[in-house]
Design a binder for this molecule. Sequence first.
Ligand SMILES: CC(C)(COP(=O)(O)OP(=O)(O)OC[C@H]1O[C@@H](n2cnc3c(N)ncnc32)[C@H](O)[C@@H]1OP(=O)(O)O)[C@@H](O)C(=O)NCCC(=O)NCCS
Length: 186
Amino acid sequence: MDEHGGDPARLPSPPLAPEQQLALRPARPEDLDAFFEQQLDPEAQHMAAFPRPVDDREAFRTQWEPRLNSDQNIVRTIWFEGEIAGYMLSYYNAEDERTEVAYWLGKNYWGRGIAARALRAFIEAEFPAQTLYARAAKDNVRSLRVLEKCGFTTAGEQTGFAHARGRETAEYVLRREPDHSTPAGL
Ligand SMILES: CC(C)(COP(=O)(O)OP(=O)(O)OC[C@H]1O[C@@H](n2cnc3c(N)ncnc32)[C@H](O)[C@@H]1OP(=O)(O)O)[C@@H](O)C(=O)NCCC(=O)NCCS
């Protein structure tokens, strides 16, 4: 087991070949249907451990549309080979006075190194000199690995209600300093 309980015998994500195009662009209202569909997957919902349900299309649109034009959010659509692979999101957590990042990929795109590459690009473009935070359920080993590869380290723990699990769930809070040094080989 590694620091976050991952399986060291797992097959690593193969690196993306240079010709496999990945791009981030400002999210548009017409992208929201794809984000919604991607959030319907039960395994992904369990992993993400979000506090509220994400399976009502209208509620999803009502929650997301204001984010596209808000000073408090940056939303980027992840394009992979001409398709919407998922999103990168930042939001201001007023209670804890910090900027946090979150992301979601459609299941077809998992395990190919896309999330780590997209998060790195998002941070370089939007937050090159800012301390950032993220949260992940303690058993969301994929997301924890993505964050580790992008220079986040564990800064604390908290517990929150996860709708998809129907119970309180323990999470790590992770922080990334702008001048972090990435562990060798990541
Ligand atoms: C979390 C998520 C974005 C990860 O996407 P992904 O495409 O699998 O991410 P990557 O391929 O960039 O990296 C995944 C890493 O986890 C590793 N991993 C996969 N299974 C693992 C396991 N059981 N134990 C430990 N590590 C594991 C992979 O090997 C890879 O690391 P590597 O590049 O060092 O080999 C995606 O699964 C997702 O959208 N999930 C649902 C929503 C969610 O959980 N969002 C995050 C909460 S905000």
